[in-house]
Design a protein around this ligand. Structure first.
Ligand code: ADP
Length: 631
């Protein structure tokens, strides 16, 4: 795995760095070359300018000594014997003064053949050249030897640097003509170069004129003046001293260093910085020979501007590069964001597709489940119908069973008395045949009783079979109980049963009087049966006050053995009994329950925790004498 930074591989950064360094280098190089080329152009232009200004400036003065040398008064002064010279001098001095003023030179003087200045434009000035000997000055020597001389130097009297032009004054011929005879003397003009220096001065340049000795004679940089641009030999030094060219100064070499070349047309030099002491400045140096022979014009162009352009180019490239890098990072980030967005969209789309597929699958599964359920429902319905049919069959079968049961019970109940009646009848006939009517009569009486008991049975059956259609009225519970009690009075007394009755006086319920009596008779009868063999024989009959819903709770408790578990669930069905044959038909509670239903009341049975059974009837309480139709 390659190392990455901000998502770009190391070689990406390396390539960018190489590109940057290359671009910066190229830009710096290009800027430098362009700037230096421009500087070189400026330098060449300046050199032209300075050369032409030198030519025009100095050319103005070059002919002045020759013209003055032709002047008759000058020649007369030089030719005159010593005793006559004083008479001619004032006119010459005045003339020289006028010429000097008119051409604008520094001074004009006339020198005799021995090198002594005999007349000068500054004859009446405090510092006058008159009387000074200049025979050692090269311009005088050159003028005498070759007709004319030219020389940069510092004035020995004035100490002011200047350019000297000199011309010989020949004995008879034209100035400069060697064949014209022995020279009478020379005429010299001194020109100040201060004006030139001031005119040439520009901020980022230095202009120099270097003479044949290699000494700077004109300089826009005052500190460099009269320094040498090259080493001075001992011989040269002696010559300089002899000519007092630089007013006796020891010429020092300017401490500069050549550090490079520019297309052979210029060179780079480190010069003492004129503006910052102790520092150096780099200049592009260009030179060309001055129009007057022997001298050289030099122009030094400060390269600080080029350096500045280099820095600007470097800054520009760096800035552009930074922008490019930032843009690249931005583009990369953007691409990545778009990529991520696309990926997210793709994932979303896939999730969506998946969801749709899932939904379709689930829908199909649901549809399946639904269809299955529909089928199951239909199946259930069919089953239910079958079940109902079966149930009805069962009910029918149950009814048949009940009828069968009933028939068996009835056959049994009726068979016994019928057999007894048959026997009694046979016996009665025998008694009649034997003529014993009393016995026969007794038998017939017994037949009558048996028939009565059979009638009771059929009456009970009739009561069970008949759907009770009663008119409900307000019946006093206490009265109904008193009636039932009357029936069992003897039995209660004989069997020593303690009967406790607690019925709030005036309690009335919706019922039918005789049926209510029958219900109480049934319950009281069952209770008496239950307590007969019990150690304590207690029966408690109670009625509550009507509750908030208008219900009167009527209970019959006994101290018997309680209801047998096997009959508890079927207590109110017909023919359910635990009593021995002949003592119970199992119809009492079935009839009771039907009567209670007819009252719109409710009956229930339970075994009490303290032993014995409890039968409870919930009656609707009634206002006395009010009548309501039952169902
Ligand atoms: P029968 O009295 O002819 O048996 P019932 O319908 O009156 O018919 O009673 C059905 C059965 O309920 C009785 O055989 C008996 O087992 C039970 N039973 C009724 N009342 C009581 C009671 N107070 N205590 C215990 N068992 C009772």
């Amino acid at each position: 795995m390659h190392k990455r930074y901000k998502g770009i591989a190391w070689w990406g950064w390396a390539a960018a760095a190489v590109l940057y360094v290359g671009a910066a280098f190229a830009a710096v190089e290009f800027a430098w070359n362009r700037a230096i080329d421009a500087l070189a152009d400026v330098g060449a232009h300046r050199l032209d300018l300075y050369a032409s200004s030198l030519t025009s400036e100095l050319g103005r003065f070059e002919m002045v000594p020759a013209l003055v040398a032709r002047q008759d008064s000058v020649r007369a002064l030089l030719n005159a014997p010593p005793n006559e010279k004083a008479g001619l001098l004032p006119a010459v001095n005045t003339y020289l003064e006028a010429v000097n003023r008119d051409v604008g030179s520094g001074a004009v003087d006339v020198i005799d053949a021995h090198g002594t200045v005999i007349a000068a434009s500054n004859w009446n000035q405090p510092v006058s050249f008159v009387g000074t000997n200049v025979s050692y000055r090269p311009y005088f020597q050159d003028a005498l030897a070759r007709g004319r001389g030219r020389f940069f130097g510092i004035g020995t009297n004035t100490g002011v640097p200047g350019l000297y032009f000199a011309n010989v004054v020949p004995e008879g011929g034209v100035a400069g003509d060697m064949a014209a005879g022995r020279p009478l003397g020379a005429v010299a003009v001194k020109v100040s170069v201060d004006a030139l220096e001031v005119a040439w001065r520009t901020p980022a340049e230095a202009a120099l004129v270097v003479d044949g000795n290699g000494v700077i004679v004109i300089s826009t940089e005052p500190a460099w003046k009269f320094s040498a641009m090259r080493a001075i030999t001992a011989q040269q030094q002696r010559g300089i001293q002899a000519s007092r060219q630089y007013a006796g100064r020891v010429v020092e070499v300017l401490p500069y260093r050549r550090v490079g070349d520019w297309n052979g047309a210029a060179w780079f030099g480190l010069f003492p910085d004129p503006h910052r002491a102790g520092r150096t400045a780099r200049y592009l140096v260009m030179s060309r020979p001055a129009p007057q022979g022997g001298d050289t014009i030099m122009v030094l162009l400060d390269t600080a501007g080029a350096r500045r352009q280099q820095r600007i180019a470097f800054g520009f490239v760096t800035g552009m590069f930074l922008i490019a890098v930032l843009y690249a990072l931005y583009a990369l980030q953007r691409r990545r964001t778009i990529q991520e967005k696309l990926t997210a969209q793709e994932a979303l789309r896939r999730a969506n597709d998946q969801l749709e597929t899932t939904v379709v699958q689930r829908t199909a599964a649901l549809t399946d489940a639904n269809e299955r359920m529909q089928r199951e429902i239909a199946e259930r319905e069919r089953t239910e119908q079958r079940l109902r049919a079966t149930q009805q069959e069962v009910v029918h079968a149950g009814k048949l069973a009940v009828i069968g049961q009933m028939a068996a019970g009835l056959t049994h109940e009726l068979n016994q008395p019928l057999v007894a009646i048959r026997t009694l009848c046979d016996n009665a006939r025998t008694f009649f045949e034997r003529n014993q009517p009393a016995q026969a009569n007794a038998n017939l009486e017994r037949v009558g009783r048996l028939v009565d008991s059979m009638a009771v049975l059929t009456a009970e059956l009739k009561a069970f079979a008949r759907k009770p259609e009663v008119e409900r009225v307000a019946v006093s519970l206490a009265e109904a109980l008193a009636h039932a009690r009357l029936i069992y009075d003897a039995r209660i007394r004989d069997e020593a049963v303690r009967l406790a009755v607690r019925i709030p006086p005036g309690t009335t319920v919706y019922a039918e009087s005789s049926q209510l009596q029958q219900v109480i008779v049934n319950l009281l009868g069952n209770a008496l049966d239950a307590v007969r063999d019990a150690p304590a024989r207690v029966i408690t009959i109670e009625a509550s006050e009507p509750d908030s819903r208008g219900i009167v709770r009527f209970t019959v408790d006994d101290s018997g053995p309680g209801i047998a578990p096997k009959v508890l669930a079927h207590l109110f069905e017909p023919f359910v009994t635990t009593k021995p044959r002949g003592q119970g038909l199992g119809l009492g509670l079935a009839i009771t329950s039907r009567i209670i239903e007819g009252f719109g009341a409710k009956i229930s049975a339970a075994n009490r925790d303290e032993g014995g059974a409890r039968f409870t009837i919930e009656f609707a309480a009634a206002e006395p004498q009010r009548t309501e139709h039952g169902r």
